[in-house]
Design a protein around this ligand. Structure first.
Ligand code: ATP
Ligand code: MG
Length: 411
């Protein structure tokens, strides 16, 4: 972007140039008059010449700044509102010629006509001496919409009130900002979609493992039992031993499949709901980790819709996994509480904690995506997600989601 705030500020200093020039004029007048009085008919004194040169330099400096500025500058007569001067950048920006603008009032120009408040703003400016718009929509002569930042000041130049307006084109800047916001939104949606797809896949795989492979293995087991029973009495111990071994291998595989299926998606979530599933999960978790855990549920009646239930279950799963991975905690308290139309879930641990804002600034893979993922999922069901933690202070994860009743039992 071509403009920077330094530049903008420098334009602002132009008013000083103007008063400088006006002062020089005053000096000249004074010198000329005293010249006439004292030495009529003589050449101007050296002092006068010096002041004239100063004036010329000052004018050149001012003019150059005015003309090369990469921001629009507009000078108005503070009493009438007539445009006294306008720099090339602004005529180009608005597609008006210098002559089309000169002598007009601000609100007579198409660009400012839309701003119904132009007149009011002018009144306010006359009264307060300062107005600023961070984002003012304008239209150029050929109908192009642009956005500008508009700052104007009133100042006194040789007893005459002048208004200087600095106008910065922020159209590109705004467009870029909008693009960033849009792509952020798209990314967040993508993240939620990805998690939804993953959830569906896991659910499907879990069912297949449990129902199909599990069923097939069970029928092998049954067949194996039939074969074992129907073997002749004098069958060798070796064969019997082998058959028993196969049976226990199948048992082992069944157990593993059962665990895998549960890990992918616990179908009891659909059948029994959130609290029983959490009871089962936390029991398994504490057995594995040898950690104290309390699960309190209050006011929880009925069933939530299955999307919310699944997300809340995943939140607990991620929180507990995080505790196991990072916290070195001794005790965990999970509270699930329904307050009318809101469900609150909090997970507290007494572990080592962490600096939340510092961790959030880290980027993947230094920072995981567990918390990020659940935050987005919670937001996708209009919930709130908060994490409070500090080194040596433990961690508390706090989630609220609107209570959405389950319409029918979805499987
Ligand atoms: N209960 C906790 N106690 C201490 N630190 C935690 C706790 N939960 C999260 N953290 C810190 O926050 C970081 C981010 O957690 P997050 O779940 O997003 O990522 P991760 O667990 O590192 O990786 P991922 O979840 O992607 O496998 C962790 O790396 C850890 O430093
Ligand atoms: Mg994690």
């Amino acid at each position: 972007m071509h403009h920077n705030s330094d530049h903008f500020q420098r334009i602002g200093e132009k008013c000083e140039f103007i008063s400088e020039i006006k002062n020089l004029f005053r000096k000249i007048k004074y010198l000329e008059e005293s010249d006439k009085k004292n030495k009529p008919g003589l050449a101007p004194a050296t002092g006068l010449r010096h002041v004239r040169r100063e004036l010329k330099d000052s004018e050149i400096r001012y003019r150059r700044l005015f003309e090369s500025a990469m921001d629009g500058v507009l000078i108005l007569n503070a009493v009438t509102g007539n445009i006294v001067d306008v720099n090339p950048y602004l005529t180009e920006l608005l597609s008006y010629s210098h002559d089309e603008l000169l002598g007009k009032k601000l609100w007579e120009i198409g660009s400012f006509k839309d701003v119904a408040s132009s007149k009011t703003a002018f009144k306010k400016l006359q009264k307060k001496g300062y107005v600023r718009y961070e984002d003012l929509p304008l239209e150029t002569k050929n109908g192009k919409k642009i956005d500008v930042e508009f700052v104007s000041n009133v100042y006194l130049a040789d007893d005459e009130k002048v208004i200087q307006c600095n106008i910065r084109n922020i159209t590109e800047h705004k467009r870029a900002e909008l693009k960033v916001l849009e792509s952020q939104k798209a990314l967040r949606m993508l993240m939620v979609r990805l998690q939804e797809t993953q959830e569906l896949e896991q659910k499907k795989l879990s069912s297949e493992l449990h129902d199909e492979i599990g069923q097939a293995l069970t029928s092998i087991k049954i067949d194996l039992a039939i074969i074992t029973k129907s073997l002749p009495k004098d069958c060798s111990e070796g064969i019997l031993g082998r058959l028993n071994e196969i049976d226990s291998i199948i048992d082992n595989i069944l157990m593993q499949i059962h665990e895998m299926a549960l890990h992918l998606y616990p179908h009891m979530l659909d059948e029994l709901g959130l609290i029983p599933t959490l009871r089962w999960y936390t029991k398994m978790f504490t057995k594995r980790l040898n950690i104290e855990l309390e699960l309190k549920s209050t006011g929880f009646r009925g069933r939530m819709d299955s999307v919310s239930e699944t997300i809340l279950y995943r939140v607990c799963q991620e929180a507990l996994t995080n505790i196991a991975k990072h916290a070195q905690a001794k005790k965990i308290v999970i509270k699930v509480c329904r307050r009318k139309s809101v469900l609150e879930l909090s997970i507290l641990d007494d572990g080592i904690g962490f600096n939340v804002s510092k961790t959030e600034k880290l980027q993947y893979p230094k920072h995981g995506i567990g918390l990020l993922g659940i935050r987005e999922r919670i937001l996708s069901i209009q919930g709130n997600f908060k994490i409070e933690s500090a080194p040596d202070r433990g961690t508390r994860l706090y989630v609220t989601v609107p209570w959405r009743k389950r319409e029918h039992v979805q499987n």
